[in-house]
Design a binder for this molecule. Structure first.
Ligand SMILES: Cc1cc2nc3c(=O)[nH]c(=O)nc-3n(C[C@H](O)[C@H](O)[C@H](O)COP(=O)(O)OP(=O)(O)OC[C@H]3O[C@@H](n4cnc5c(N)ncnc54)[C@H](O)[C@@H]3O)c2cc1C
Length: 390
């Protein structure tokens, strides 16, 4: 294992044709310019709201780069290509911001359909969903903030619990690992509690249900330790996707506006340290906890590889998975897979308009300010040079 593993661009971009590489270069160049992302985001939202014909443009640029398609069937070419190079797929129905009960039922049906769809496919051992995909944000928030629910809200809450249970039960039956996303801290406690109940019910033998730990929150190591204590006491397995967290600005802004202590670590370094501590804790307790490392951070990935080596663990130990998002950090995904590690790529899909919040988050985290773009651009430039493209 050397520090240059992730610099191997031949492996990183082996699925990209020359023209796809050029498109990626153009795209990352564009979204590296922060004002352009801000203006582009506002203009796109407006254009979609006004029903202007911009879907084609979005599809052929950001959408096709970061998403597998508008339906799961659309994604199958990508899934098969990834599987050929040893990368598993995590199809992510990325429709967000819904508020109606019928829409939550439709999302549940979609997740169930996806679990059934994944059943006989070795390339797709995971399913994923967001708590707010199955119930109104307000309900999660009220429960998190210990506010009383109205009679109608109580019924909505019961329906959310039912949706969770149906999905988790089917995942257990089909042996599909279920990754539940982490969201804003002011609704997350109730989602954590419900996930804990599902783990207690369905993770008795194997970790089927996974929660997410967002390590930009300084309280997550203590939370993990407490979850570990409870799981040991009650006799069930834990599964955690470990990420840094995608809602930092929103979290800090809200805390400042409302005058409470921010749940976010005081610096990037503090988040990195917290992330690495959480990962190390899990690696020290693999008999009880399974790890899905959701990150594009090379240092945390190397650290995990190093600890695995020190502990004499197999590269493909079934309790350790590395995950990146489709369209990002292929240099990590494909080089890890080539070395024999377990890698899952999140592939978002859904109607263009509905995946816009997801695409906007990706564009924002890839501006020059956030820092990831320069790495992507450097790698693409290196590969263009290797292929002797202009
Ligand atoms: C497979 C996968 C699944 C994911 N699922 C989720 C999910 O369920 N929920 C979710 O919220 N996110 C999720 N994410 C997104 C993730 O949380 C990060 O936004 C993204 O991956 C960037 O973090 P990084 O670890 O790749 O590395 P880096 O690029 O090294 O870290 C960037 C992150 O560090 C943190 N950070 C940056 N600056 C500061 C600062 N000044 N102070 C404190 N912290 C700072 C922020 O979290 C920022 O996103 C997922 C990512 C992947 C790859």
């Amino acid at each position: 294992m050397t520090n240059s593993l992730f610099d191997n661009t031949k492996t990183a971009f082996k699925l990209k044709s020359d023209s796809e590489l050029e498109r990626a270069y153009f795209l990352f160049k564009m979204i590296s310019i922060e004002p352009l992302v801000k203006i582009g985001t506002a203009a796109t939202k407006l254009a979609l709201n006004l029903h202007l014909p911009v879907e084609g443009l979005i599809r052929s640029t950001v959408f096709d780069h970061f998403c597998g398609g508008v339906s799961e069937k659309d994604c199958m070419n990508v899934v098969e290509d990834l599987y050929k190079v040893g990368v598993y797929s995590v199809l992510d129905y990325s429709v967000e911001g819904k508020e109606e009960e019928t829409q939550f039922d439709a999302t549940m049906d979609k997740i169930i359909e996806l679990i059934e769809f994944s059943d006989d496919k070795k390339s797709m051992p995971f399913s994923v969903f967001k708590p707010t995909g199955l119930g109104r944000f307000k309900i999660w928030q009220k429960l998190t903030e210990n506010e009383k629910l109205t009679e109608d809200e109580k019924e909505q809450w019961q329906r959310i619990q039912k949706r969770y249970d149906l999905i988790c039960r089917l995942a257990k039956k089909k042996n599909i690992t279920l990754l539940i996303d982490g969201e804003e801290s002011w609704m997350q406690d109730s989602a954590d509690d419900l996930c804990q109940q599902m783990m207690e019910k369905y993770n008795k033998e194997e970790p089927i249900v996974f929660n997410t730990l967002q390590c930009y929150r300084w309280d997550r190591l203590d939370y993990l330790k407490e979850q570990h204590r409870i799981a040991k006491e009650k006799g069930y397995k834990l599964g955690f996707k470990v990420v840094r967290g995608a809602y930092m600005e929103k979290e800090n802004d809200r805390a400042e506006k409302k005058g409470y202590e921010t749940p976010i670590c005081e610096s990037k370094k503090a988040t990195d340290d917290n992330y690495n501590k959480v990962v190390t804790y899990i690696l020290d307790n693999l008999d009880d906890i399974t790890l899905f490392l959701g990150t594009h951070n090379e240092a945390s990935t190397y650290l995990t590889m190093k600890i695995m080596q020190q502990k004499g663990l197999e590269k493909n130990d079934s309790r350790i998975w590395f995950g990146q998002l489709y369209g990002m950090s292929d240099n990590i995904s494909f080089n890890l897979a080539q070395e024999g590690y377990n890698v899952g790529k999140y592939i978002p899909f859904g109607p263009v308009k509905d995946v816009m919040p997801y695409l906007i988050r990706r564009a924002e985290e890839n501006t020059s300010v956030a820092g990831q773009t320069s790495r992507e651009l450097t790698l693409i430039k290196k590969e263009k040079k290797r292929r002797k493209l202009k």
